[in-house]
Each structure stands twice: as structure tokens, then as C-alpha cells.
Design a protein around this ligand. Structure first.
Ligand code: DX5
Ligand code: ZN
Length: 217
């Protein structure tokens, strides 16, 4: 069974809790929160106060995707704001092993995100420590971009790496996922699906979420 994680990047920020409630009622599993700093990625989004403002107003676990430089500096703030899963980009971590331990020390789940051009070898020696790996299927920074097909092979390779070591690690995909291509990523081994524009820009959120789930099987 796949987990669906709507990205609030495409939600209506002037009425955020209303959109969050819609995706919760539509049966989504996680709330994907995209944090961008204008340095690691060209865009700026939101920080811990907004995450905190949603806590207690939804039962959805918070899946916080940090697209920021120097994530170590902010991990504690996002934990205190209510993060349940924290993803850091390998490209931003000089001491990736240390950063992962820092996340786990707070009792939240740790994930590493990889840009499309970043090879899987960067997680070879930390895989055992992870709860999830996030394969970016677009270059991070914006919602509404097109899925990069060469990532299918990368997902397959990661799935093999995980199976060979007998690990229980989620494979998340993020970027350009829609009802009509979700089968490609789940077929390759992904089980946590992020979708922003496909869900929030659709006329009927519930039907779209159900369609993603149906097509993923
Ligand atoms: C991209 C973000 C994604 C993005 C996905 O940098 O990490 O989570 O919001 O949006 P869609 O599904 O529209 O590609
Ligand atoms: Zn994201």
C-alpha cells in the first residue's frame, strides 16, 4: 500500500488549514512540507512558525523536506515545530552521517533526499541509519515541473540496494508525479508519493487522491 504525501507548496497559503483539512479528509497519509531558503534552491517558502501553526490542527504526520543550506542549524527548530520526518539533502551536508544522527537523536524519522544528478553512492554507508530515502524526480525549487524519466532506473537501483541488505526503508519520490505516471514510480519500487500541483490544483481533491492510489497499485 502506497502512502500519499501532498506537498503544501501548491496549497492556498492564505487558507492553509482549509486545504490541509481537504487532503486529510481525502485519505492522504502524510503532509509534505517544502522548506526552501533561496540559497540551496532559488525559491523561498516557509519556516518553523508556519509548521508549528498547523500542529494540533491535523492528524497527518509532518514530513518536512529541508531544501536549505546548513540544515544542522535548524533541525531542532523543526522538531520543536512538530516535524515527524525530516529529510535533508545530501548535497547540503558535509557530515551527512552526523546530521542523520542529529535528526534521530530527537526521536524523529530521518531521510536523505537526492537531487536528480546525485548518485546513490552517497548514501551507501548511511543506508542502515535511514527511515526513508527521497529520490527527487525534478530539480528542487518549484512545484509544477515535469517528471524526469531517467529517475525510474535510479528508484529501481535503490530498491535493489535496500532489498539486498534486507532493510525496511521507505522510498519517496517527489516532483512531477500525477495520476497518469504514478505507476512508473511505484512499479520501480517507490512507496511514498509526493504530489503537489496534481492534488492541490485539481478541481476535486478527493477524486484525484483516489485516482493516484488506484493507479499506483
Ligand atoms: C520541489 C518540491 C516538491 C514540489 C512537488 O522542489 O520539493 O515537493 O512541491 O510539486 P509537484 O508535485 O507539483 O511537482
Ligand atoms: Zn518536496
Amino acid at each position: 500500500m502506497v502512502k500519499i504525501a501532498p506537498s503544501i507548496l501548491s496549497a492556498d497559503f492564505s487558507n492553509l488549514i482549509a486545504d490541509v483539512t481537504k487532503v486529510e479528509e481525502a485519505g492522504c497519509d502524510l503532509l509534505h512540507i517544502d522548506v526552501m531558503d533561496g540559497h540551496f534552491v532559488p525559491n523561498i517558502t516557509l519556516g518553523p512558525p508556519i509548521v508549528k501553526s498547523l500542529k494540533g490542527k491535523t492528524k497527518l504526520p509532518f514530513d518536512v523536506h529541508l531544501m536549505i543550506e546548513n540544515p544542522d542549524k535548524y533541525i531542532e527548530d523543526f522538531v520543536n515545530a512538530g516535524a515527524d520526518i525530516i529529510s535533508v539533502h545530501s548535497e547540503t551536508c558535509i557530515h551527512l552521517h552526523r546530521t542523520i544522527q542529529q535528526i534521530k537523536k530527537h526521536g524523529v524519522k530521518a531521510a536523505v533526499a537526492l537531487n536528480p544528478a546525485t548518485p546513490l553512492t552517497v548514501i551507501e554507508y548511511v543506508l542502515e541509519d535511514l527511515d526513508m530515502v527521497l529520490i527527487m524526480t525534478v530539480n528542487p525549487g518549484f512545484g509544477g515541473q515535469s517528471f524526469i524519466p531517467s529517475m525510474i532506473e535510479k528508484i529501481k537501483k535503490l530498491k535493489t540496494m535496500i532489498e539486498e541488505r534486507n532493510l525496511n526503508i521507505d522510498i519517496q519520490v517527489d516532483g512531477g508525479i500525477k495520476p497518469d505516471n504514478v505507476h512508473l514510480v511505484t512499479g520501480a519500487g517507490a512507496n511514498v508519493i509526493v504530489a503537489g500541483s496534481a492534488i492541490f490544483n485539481s478541481k476535486d481533491i478527493k477524486t484525484t487522491v483516489e485516482l493516484i492510489r488506484k493507479n499506483a497499485l
